[in-house]
Design a protein around this ligand. Structure first.
Ligand SMILES: [Zn+2]
Ligand SMILES: [Zn+2]
Length: 325
């Protein structure tokens, strides 16, 4: 049986389980591991049966629980290389030094150089390296290359049991599910949407996109299920509480899809094939579920041939009932 279960959708966390054949994939891990497992169980999905995690882009609402979840389950994570690197950078920001720390570092390096030239007088372990216990331990390890500390993956937030790279435009098979990633316009390093195909059922995830590009339109054809962003109502965003710079970011060509833009796509470009259209990534500040629903309904009902499409809303704070085929 094929199942599509949205666990969470919105700027506080995104995650969906796609199941087909004997394979189960978690799409994004934007909630804490604990919350992900709780919602999976509430929706009748067993976390222990997940085979892989696949990531759309590195924004926090899509990767928040990624490291912990992947390590706990011991399953591979699929990224584009750019997204993987961006995620690692996010977890290991460069450490800023104070002037005092910088002076101490200079003193330490000078002492270390002296110790190298006069090996009988110096013991690197005696040199004071400041108050940070982590850096002291790291330095000690670096100073003793013949006896390096064993790697401690549990201490490294970027450690993953296995990493697999994919590229937009190139399909990949994960177990029984064929995954076709496609580029979306969004302000991340290498953001993608997905079409998943299993047992002849095609399901697409298209959220976090500034607008519907010609390529995205081409990908979202002959679907059985479409999860489409309907992020904000244009008027609510314009009159709402966000600072102007954030409003501009959301409205930009690499921001988020408005109710109106989603409706325009549904009305003019969408082929009407999907049994289910799920509206997702709704803003809690600049949208109302009813507004998103009515705007999309109007677009679909304007086309008599699309009356069979069932319109659903994905929520931020609770999982949806699984959609089954
Ligand atoms: Zn997002
Ligand atoms: Zn995003």
């Amino acid at each position: 049986m094929v199942r599509f279960t949205v666990l969470a959708s919105g700027s506080k966390g995104n995650s969906t389980v796609v199941s087909g054949g004997r394979t189960r994939i978690l799409v994004d891990a934007g909630l804490s591991c604990r919350e992900l497992f709780k919602r999976m169980k509430a929706a009748g999905e067993d976390p222990a049966t997940l085979d892989a995690i696949i990531i759309t882009h590195e924004h926090q609402d899509h990767v928040n629980g990624l490291g912990v979840t992947a390590r706990k389950l011991g399953i591979p994570v699929y990224f584009t290389e750019g997204t993987h690197r961006a995620w690692m950078r996010w977890l290991t920001p460069r450490r800023q030094m104070t002037y005092k720390q910088w002076l101490e570092e200079c003193r330490r390096q000078a002492a270390a150089r002296q110790a190298e030239t006069e090996p009988s007088e110096g013991d690197p372990d005696d040199i004071e390296v400041g108050a940070d216990p982590v850096s002291s331990a790291e330095e000690t390890a670096c100073d003793a290359p013949e006896a390096p500390e064993p790697p401690r993956p549990e201490k490294d937030p970027t450690f993953l049991p296995s990493v697999q790279y994919f590229q937009a435009g190139q399909s990949l098979q994960i177990g029984d599910i064929l995954v076709s990633p496609f580029t979306i316009p969004h302000d991340a390093v290498d953001p993608v949407g997905f079409v998943f195909q299993a047992e002849g059922v095609r399901m697409a995830v298209a959220t976090d996109l500034g607008y519907v590009t010609p390529n995205v339109k081409a990908q979202l054809k002959k679907l059985d299920l479409l999860l489409l962003e309907s992020n904000h109502d244009l008027e609510m965003l314009r009159d709402g509480p966000y600072p102007w710079s954030v409003k501009q970011r959301v409205l930009s060509r690499v921001g988020h899809l408005s109710n109106e833009a989603a409706a325009q796509f549904l009305e003019t470009e969408y082929d009407g094939q999907a049994t289910y259209v799920i509206l997702g990534h709704l803003s809690e500040s600049n949208n109302l579920p009813d507004l998103a629903r009515v705007t999309a309904e109007r677009a679909l009902n304007g086309r008599a041939s699309l009356l069979a499409n069932r319109l659903l809303l994905a929520a931020q704070h609770e999982p949806m009932l699984p959609v089954c085929f």
